[in-house]
Design a protein around this ligand. Structure first.
Ligand code: TPP
Length: 337
């Protein structure tokens, strides 16, 4: 059992057995849903029923699951064009998820957002955008509003390592620290921006450079969602207590190419699959499933959780495929220009 050496048993012991088991089941359900929901997209994408470009997150699930598990329902999240996992962590409405990807009237934005602008504002996932770094200053504004209104929630903004190459990222860090805003920056660092490796793009270290602004920074390369949950829980408490913004710098390996549903390593720009053997051995789904077994959860119970999720995915996809497209008269509704 490779996991015995990786799983931090001290972390587990900190919670009561019951809480720990419930927490880990919740995390597994989230991770499994994210994985299977995107594998379903891979399965149907070639039939052209989804016209939207898709940026999948396979391999990255532990980050979004762990962070979102530690947030409260009132906390707001902002994302990027790679936003499926965030949607699935915050919303239970799978029908609206697939409806949106299929451009149908049942979609969460009635088919107008597609994959790259998916959100569920009513569940606190306020916005995502295809423009790199563009939701970062918007999240800053939301954090300013939260402080101004003396509400007790925080704002979490997710972005990739490439987003730190935009000037607005650094301007936002400055304002967040200067104004002591309740904001959690979550940098999902896979070392790639489209086809360019980080060593060819950045002459700075993300943790060191961001720390110099006065942020509290935590770096990790774990695929253990419970560990990410614990780190986030602590960060949220600190933000509320000290008014110092936090940044989580979390490394991961993304299994697929930048956009689309292919795994293809043959172009060589990101090395070969074997180069990432360590990441695949710590795959978030396998890791969390093994952890449940170590916690004494029997295979039948795990299978039951999985079957319920598989069924929900299949039913929601079918409903989305059968749903109508929006009428022509919808074209300019809910659109601001
Ligand atoms: C302002 C802007 N510049 C360039 C692009 C083209 N572009 C889309 S995604 C991307 C790379 C983003 O990399 P990263 O932020 O690390 O996120 P990842 O795709 O790895 O999740 C680029 C350059 C864009 N969409 N917006």
């Amino acid at each position: 059992m490779f996991l015995k050496s990786i799983i931090n048993e001290d972390d587990c012991k900190k919670r009561t057995a019951m809480t720990n088991i419930e927490l880990n089941k919740e995390l597994y359900k989230k991770i499994y849903l994210m994985r299977k929901a995107e594998e379903k997209i891979q399965e149907v994408y070639y039939t052209d029923v989804m016209k939207t470009p898709v940026h999948l997150s396979l391999g990255e699930e532990a980050i979004v699951a762990g962070v979102c598990q530690a947030l409260s329902v009132d906390d707001q999240v902002y994302g990027t064009c790679r936003g499926h996992a965030l949607y699935l962590a915050r919303s239970k409405n799978l029908g609206a998820f697939y409806g949106e990807l299929c451009g149908k009237v049942t979609g969460v934005a009635k088919g107008k957002a597609g994959s790259m602008h998916i959100s569920c504002p009513e569940s606190g996932f306020v916005a995502s955008s295809a423009i790199v770094s563009s939701t970062i200053p918007v999240a800053l504004g939301a954090a300013f509003a939260a402080k101004y209104k003396k509400s007790n929630h925080i704002v979490a903004v997710f972005f990739g390592d490439g987003a730190t190459e935009e000037g607005v990222f650094w301007e936002t860090l400055n304002m967040a620290c200067l104004k002591k805003l309740p904001i959690l920056f979550v940098c999902e660092d896979n070392g790639m921006a489209i086809h360019a490796q980080i060593k060819d793009r950045q002459n700075y270290s993300i943790p060191e450079a961001t720390r110099s602004f006065g942020l509290s920074v935590h770096s990790d390369d774990t695929t253990d969602s419970e560990r990410i949950y614990s780190i986030t829980e602590q960060a949220v408490q600190d933000i509320k207590k000290t008014d110092v913004p936090h940044l989580l710098h979390l490394k991961y390996h993304r299994y697929l190419e930048h956009v689309g549903v292919n795994e293809d390593y043959s172009a060589g720009y990101r090395g070969q699959k074997d180069d990432y053997a360590d990441w695949y051995a710590r795959d978030p789904v396998l890791f969390q499933r093994e952890k449940l077994k170590l916690l004494g959860i029997i295979g039948d119970e795990i299978k039951l959780m999985e079957t319920e999720i598989d069924q929900a995915i299949n039913e929601s996809t079918k409903l989305a495929l059968d749903a109508p497209f929006p009428a022509d008269s919808e074209l300019f509704k809910d659109v601001y220009a």
